[in-house]
Design a protein around this ligand. Sequence first.
Ligand code: PMP
Length: 407
Amino acid sequence: MPNLDIQKIRKDFPILNQQVYNKPLVYFDNGATTQKPLCVINEEIKIYSHENSNIHRGVHYLSEQLTQRYEDARKVVQKFIKASYDHEVIFTSGTTESINTIAFSFGEKYVNEGDEIIISTLEHHANIVPWQMLCERKKAILKVIPINEKGELLLDEYKKLISPKTKIVAVNQVSNALGTVNDVKTMIDIAHQTNIPVLIDGAQSVQHGKIDVQELDCDFYVFSGHKVYGPNGIGVLYGKEKWLNEMPPFMTGGEMIKKVTFGKTTFNELPFKFEAGTPNYVSAIGLATAIYYIQQLGLENIASYEKELLDYGTKKLQSIDGLKVIGTSENKVSVISFILENIHHFDAGMVIDKMGIAVRTGHHCAEPLMDRLNVEGTIRASFSFYNTKEEIDKLYEAILTVKQMFG
Ligand code: PMP
């Protein structure tokens, strides 16, 4: 039995308690975005109702109070990912902005013609395109770690890709399309043998278990608030102090400056150097509330219950004739990507939707991975701690209906 009271937890998520197409909603699209608990929703209402004011600028009561709460939220994130200092936590709009910031800023300073950047076949477009663009700007070379048939990175091949020209390694900790958990600790250790910094895309890992950036020793770690039960439009860029101090700012404008004259501008200290303009302070505080929420549930409890769902779901779905799970690593988070023999994933997705079940179909913003796996796309069910085995049974029944209709 799980250590979590799932029925009680579900009451915290009002959106789950509704019908679509006259069927109870089953939400299995948690990889795309997670739903928000009432405490997060209410926090935002409270701020806009009673506390709103632009931060860092005013000397008046509301501004001072909210500035404090924003900076407290930064400390919550710092403790959540176990960063050494709160100024190593930069608030961004999400993983995409975090990666673009690093690719631009780090790239501007350290990447030159002929240099190499390593990413992997498992990456989301957000961790491919910014590096590709950087390579175009700087005439650098993008190298890609290959995978095996199970959807796991080949670490021996990774080692061979590292060269004296390698400037940075950027990989995800968990693949959004397959759910594979990558051994990023080993990958970081390998890169650090020759002092190469490593960026970890944690968009699909922070919500599934404990993260310790100091233990990992990663140089950068990024994630999105909306995938960790927090609000949209907020994300995190963690960077080791020494890198963030050395890197030039990406966006410029208000807040990130120390002194501006028409002749010259000097930049503010960390973390403000990387937070140009009015930050999304409401969502930053909402993110801190979401972090409190999942910490109260316990990240170990979440991980073990989600593993239970993954094992149950995998066994159940694999029993369906003609269903093939794509991504079969033993080390996965609660994501099941699959295809159905002779049935297009869009057709399947449409029928499953009509049963009230939200799954994702398509390439999952990982087109090069789909090409490598020789599939056009997959159907992806991604489970959260608020999902149940009964809901998985409904997905199973829906797939049988799809087979009857198209098989
Ligand atoms: N990386 C990974 C692994 C992701 O799953 C996602 C979102 N699907 C992103 C990056 C981009 O995140 P966002 O859209 O929140 O910026």
